[in-house]
Design a protein around this ligand. Sequence first.
Ligand code: G4P
Length: 527
Amino acid sequence: MSKAANHILQHEVDKRRTFAIISHPDAGKTTLTEKLLLFGGAIRLAGTVKARKASKHATSDWMEIEKQRGISVTSSVMQFDYLGHRVNILDTPGHQDFSEDTYRTLTAADSAVMLIDVAKGVEAQTIKLFQVCAKRGIPIFTFINKLDREGQSPFDLMEELENVLGIRSVPMNWPIGTGRDLCGVYDRMKNQVELFQGDDHSTIKVQKVDGYKDPIIREMAGEYLHDQLCQELELLDVAGDPFDMEKVQRGELTPIFFGSAINNFGVQTFLENFLELAPKPEPRSSTAGEIEPTNEKFSGYVFKIQANMNPAHRDRIAFLRIVSGKFERGMSVKHNRVGKEIKLSQPQQFLAQDRDIVEEAYAGDIIGLFDPGIFRIGDSLSQGSEVIFDELPTFSPEIFAKVTVKNALKHKQYQKGIDQLTEEGTIQVFNTVSFDETILGVVGQLQFEVFEYRMKGEYGVDVQLQRMPYQFARWIVDENLDPSKFRINSTLVKDKKGNYVVLFENEYAMRTAIDKNPTAKFLETAP
Ligand code: G4P
């Protein structure tokens, strides 16, 4: 590779930031995403993303389920440029019926923005998504939203992050007043205050100050709020964690930003700080060792497969995260699982749901590949020598149902459907050891609905799902496995690779089994 080409590659990698926003529904993810897109010039009008959310695919031809339920089944990718950075936001479904896809999408992100409602604090879905990010050890940045409303005190929220999520935090800015009294934030890193102005809080004034004790703040915010600010920041200086970039990079410390997405307050400084602190694409491990993003050979892996984006064509889109090199439209790459060269001719990039053909892309970018049924989740593509990236994690299902075919003559189509939908990661399939029953496991109820709908629509098979009382699945590794042990409030099944899995009805049953089988290992995901 020439020196100039190498230089370009390095530059392209350095400027990329690929992240996901994780939050509980209603925390303001759509609102924040929209403001970020506005800054990046990716949309021109406020309300564009919101309108899409509201009209819910009136213009889209996605699955009927999405229309009926008014939610997005899938995650999309949004890209824009801002201050020399190329930003990729991986969207994750915000509805509580999220699925394994949501989790898998997080494996393609280099960092995460955790969005929290100032009044509600850490909520259920945030915890789950946080845990997936924490397992990967990626940096997590926190945006506390809706500061214009009454909420919990910043100190209480920091304590909650530590108690519930086990992560220490370092506030990058601090509110001056809260709720109706909110008049601005003090930026601890830049030594400046950002003030709300006007009754509608619409204009924002930025003022450089000489530390938080600067009398200018007193003049602007009044005596009472300034005294309060000084007391709180003194406490934070003494008792709080200092900013430590290495801890942030290891995911042990989360920088916190306070703001109000709807008022566009604190969003721009958040974005600018975040882009500076967030990591560029990192190397990924593979059978060929660590693959550097600046490696001149293109490589990437499929983390998500989306079916039926265009029902007229029954096509699928495979979402590929580029790990290294430069992608060029029409290039030939090795599809390592099947050992064949394939041509990437119609790659797509996404802004919300509008798709554009992409001509070139680099490490950190996500491209959508037209998939006539040749890709599976976790597939690696590479130029030149074979590179196979580490397998994507599977996630422990939490909801289970026994599946039967209504018409026995349709068994062949049924099997085909089950196989394909398992490959896409829509469902996980288990078979009971004693009777040959099939049990499906999913993370969110919606996955069952998608399964039923697609079995009928695409394979012509009516299925019946009967919910089972299990809540936990644990892969069991035990030299002397005794199936008779797993009868009370649990059942022993096999996954599609033949690994033994125990399904438990409740945590008590699971704990008891773990205690009674000290030599066995109980794993949350397949070994
Ligand atoms: P989500 O994608 O995380 O589900 O949240 P979304 O952005 O849709 O926001 C949920 C609700 O919270 C919306 O109100 C939105 O306007 C409001 N919101 C977002 N950011 C802020 C903020 O900084 N301050 C305040 N006070 N509210 C905020 P809604 O009534 O459900 O919808 P809408 O009628 O406003 O569209």
